[in-house]
Design a binder for this molecule. Structure first.
Ligand code: C5P
Length: 431
């Protein structure tokens, strides 16, 4: 997959630069040719000689080197690669990138490139959380830069939190994803926001709000090769995550196995079973908005067989089922400190759709329910359109059949309106 690809690796000055030799080695093993550029500060952590020896290429560091310019000018160098990777990316280089500065070789290459850029940030947790850094990251995402990490954990400075650079193999996986390979399930990559192509941007009326959206089916393992699943495609949930992000919300999409790409501008967490989805959602709390669009399996096999089950004797095996956690109910009824201000569930019914949804509003403890008819012939499962009813404590709105992305856009608009409404009581009651 990576064989023959060319990567320009920009190394900035953080302690995580010690992982760069390993990253180069991993890329070289996969047939990638790597060319490095370093900031002055990076040379304090790893020597240009080490990177040159491992990559087999000259390392670019000096913007005003006549010999370098004679061999390959910095504009050519910045475009000679298939992908530019910045690892580690310090808060300082992110700030310089966001500003479009070109005051050394590394930032000049980053400004001159016309290739996709993937960034692996690494910094102290407070620097990561600083509004200036977060602002720069938002800007870079809007400019089309992809991010892998940072990971959470203990830092070289002794503090704990997000800021550790993604591990070399995780960066390799993110690089492979840039070339079309799906990301391993345990990793999250924030895809850049899509370019607007001249279309007026949506009002950023959910800026500052955090949301979790669940999507897709869950796979409940029977043994290492078999599982119980359902026909959910994830189209509706993915569209909702994208629609909330398009209005400026900071969205985590927790998705079961689907064959859809991760939506742009959204942090996507891939899970398999309902219990993994449950933990991933709780890990991301507190949030303002929770939308449960996943078709979570109600039951799992009580005891997963550690080895592939074999045919033996005359009788087929009996699968004993256990109930899965109800994620929507658990989030709706969690302690007030963690409960999202607005919890939206789905109800897929085959008859008495609205009446069942109204009952579900009470039994789940959520604020709104989007109810849809999934009876035979509606082609809602797996299809591209949906006819839903928005059921709140006070009202039922019947929406005409429309595409799943239109349903998502309308829901996002309703959510934004509810949050922007002065009387927050309306959040619970609907309109
Ligand atoms: O109970 P039922 O499966 O009909 O409820 C549907 C709603 O509850 C959906 O929003 C679905 O995402 C959510 N749900 C859940 N966890 C479960 C079952 C359903 O979050 N275990």
């Amino acid at each position: 997959m990576l064989k023959g690809k060319r990567i320009l690796l920009v190394v900035s000055g953080g302690i995580a630069a010690f992982k760069v030799p390993d990253l180069i080695r991993r890329l070289a093993e996969r047939g990638v040719s790597v060319r490095c550029a370093m900031t002055k500060a990076a040379e304090q952590f790893v020597t240009p000689l080490t990177l040159a020896a491992l990559s087999g290429e000259k390392v670019s560091a000096d913007l005003f080197s006549l010999t370098d310019e004679a061999e390959m000018g910095h504009i050519e160098l910045s475009r000679d690669a298939d992908l530019v990777v910045v690892a580690p990316a310090t808060a300082n280089i992110l700030a310089r990138m966001a500003q479009g500065l070109a005051d050394d070789m590394a930032t000049t290459l980053l400004l001159a490139t016309d290739k996709p850029v993937l960034v692996a940030p690494a910094m102290n947790v407070r620097m990561w959380h600083h509004p200036a850094t977060q602002r720069n990251i938002e800007q870079l995402k809007a400019d089309g830069v992809a991010f892998i990490g940072p990971n959470e954990g203990e830092m070289a400075c002794g503090e704990y939190g997000p800021g550790r650079m993604a591990e070399p193999l995780e960066i390799v996986a993110a690089i492979e994803m840039q070339f079309g390979k799906p990301l391993p399930r345990h990793l999250t990559l924030v895809q850049p926001r899509p370019a607007n192509n001249g279309v007026a941007p949506l009002k950023q009326d959910l800026k500052g709000k955090r949301a979790i959206v669940t999507s897709g089916p869950t796979h409940e393992p029977i043994d290492p090769v078999r599982y119980i699943a359902n026909r959910s495609s994830g189209k509706q949930g993915h569209a909702i995550a994208a629609a909330l992000a398009a209005r400026g919300a900071d969205v985590t999409l927790v998705t079961g196995p689907v064959s859809l790409p991760d939506p742009a501008g959204v942090k996507t967490v891939h899970v398999e079973a309902a219990r993994d989805m449950f933990s991933a959602c709780f890990l991301d709390l507190p949030v303002d908005i929770f939308v449960a669009a996943a078709a979570v399996a109600d039951w799992r096999v009580a005891v997963e067989a550690p080895q592939k089950m074999k045919k033996s004797g005359d009788l087929p095996p009996v699968l004993k089922l256990a109930e899965n956690p109800d994620i929507l109910r658990a989030i709706s009824t969690t302690d007030a400190k963690r409960r999202p201000a607005l919890v939206v569930g789905f109800a897929a019914e085959t008859e008495n759709v609205v009446a069942h949804a109204q009952k579900k509003l009470g039994s789940k403890g959520c604020d709104w329910i989007l109810a849809n008819d999934v009876s035979e012939g509606t082609q809602t499962f797996g299809g591209d359109s949906n006819a839903v009813h928005l059921v709140t404590a006070n009202a039922v709105e019947d929406w005409p059949r429309m595409s799943k992305s239109e349903v998502a856009a309308r829901l996002a608009e309703r959510i934004a309106a509810a949050f922007n409404d002065q009387s927050k009581k309306n959040l619970k009651k609907g309109s």
